[in-house]
Design a protein around this ligand. Structure first.
Ligand code: LTN
Length: 326
């Protein structure tokens, strides 16, 4: 089985869009690949984080992933800051990366232009990400399209290092899922549903109160027609609800259109709301059990041991190749 690795930042609660767009995908991958999933807590501090909520967020994130169906027997799950080799490796790689490469990254340009001043970490962040990836000889890195450039940088760094010091790193490839459906904001179905949106009515978080979720779906923006038909361009609101319904039931768009032929939007929305609420209730029940058990600590201790072992070997190898040995 080929190995894959992906990192998730512990910022904010996971949304239904995150579930449909990426977690579902990871659940499929767990039978196909040997998968490493880690909480990228060191990445999250490139912008200031509240120190009192950070550790809760890490636990919450792990608990939610487990509640969604990420199986700890099939995945190695760990916390980035608990494995010192990520930062150690990052320094070796930083000294093999150029300032020009980092300052050209889209995400750096985007995030730095919004602020008067920013930390050096915001610039060097993609090198830490390269270290995360290159430590484990992974074949693929499942990421959203926004992270593709960072994975390409990791490739460039690996190729450069291998050429300069001898074969050390496996050159990874980004795995961008085509099938993951983009879920849109319920109030403004022209933009993505995002946890950082300023209008909470448009966003469903996995731990939202069930009655609120129902209200959000019933209040979703739609068009002035009455036909439940998939048309992303002219009927983005209804199409978005169809996408949500399709993703949670496994039905096809055609099946959904005929299921609701002749029905008004109220009937359709009620059915979507029932489906989403039932789904979230299941996740929340599991989440509440997991969060008060010792499962999280067991899973993370195990992940730390396995990955520290692998990473230390890779780090020592890279370090020696660069000339550090006695
Ligand atoms: N930068 C990513 C998170 C991340 C990651 C990684 C993803 C950190 N290290 C390694 C894949 C592989 C993000 O912000 N989503």
């Amino acid at each position: 089985m080929e190995r894959i690795l992906t990192g998730l930042q512990p910022t904010g609660v996971i949304t239904l869009a995150n579930y449909i767009g990426s977690i579902k995908q990871m659940i499929e991958y767990q039978d196909k690949y040997e998968s490493f999933i880690f909480v990228a807590d060191l990445h999250s501090i490139t912008i200031p984080q509240d120190k009192d909520t950070l550790s809760n967020r890490i636990r919450d994130l792990v608990a939610l992933y487990l509640a969604c169906g990420i199986d700890p027997k099939k995945n190695t799950i760990f916390v980035q800051s608990e494995n010192v080799y990520h930062t150690n490796m990052s320094w070796l790689l930083e000294c093999n990366t150029y300032y020009g490469e980092l300052s050209r990254m889209h995400q750096f340009k985007e995030k730095s232009k919004k602020q008067e001043s920013f930390t050096a970490g915001l610039l060097t962040y993609p090198v830490l990400m390269a270290a995360d990836i290159l430590l484990y000889d992974v074949k693929y890195v499942p990421v959203g399209i926004d992270q593709k450039q960072h994975v390409e940088l990791a490739r460039d760094i690996a190729i450069r290092f291998n050429k300069k010091y001898g074969d050390t790193f496996r050159v990874p490839e980004p795995l961008i899922s085509e099938s993951g459906t983009k879920i849109l904001d319920l109030c403004n179905p022209t933009k993505k549903m995002s946890k950082s949106s300023d209008n909470p009515k448009g966003v469903i978080k996995l731990l939202d109160n069930i009655n609120d979720v129902r209200k959000k779906i019933m209040g979703a923006t739609t068009d002035s027609e009455t036909v439940v038909k998939y048309d992303m361009e002219n009927k983005p609101g209804i199409s978005n609800l169809i996408n949500i319904y399709v993703s949670l039931t496994g039905k096809t768009i055609k099946e959904v259109e005929s299921e609701f032929e002749g029905c008004n939007y109220g009937t359709f929305k009620t059915k979507v709301a029932d489906t989403v609420c039932e789904f979230l209730e299941g996740i929340q029940k599991k989440y509440n059990e997991i969060i008060k058990s010792d499962i999280i600590d067991k899973v993370l201790d195990n992940g730390k041991e396995i990955t520290t072992n692998l990473a230390s070997k890779k780090y020592e190898d890279a370090k020696k190749k660069m000339g550090f040995y006695r």
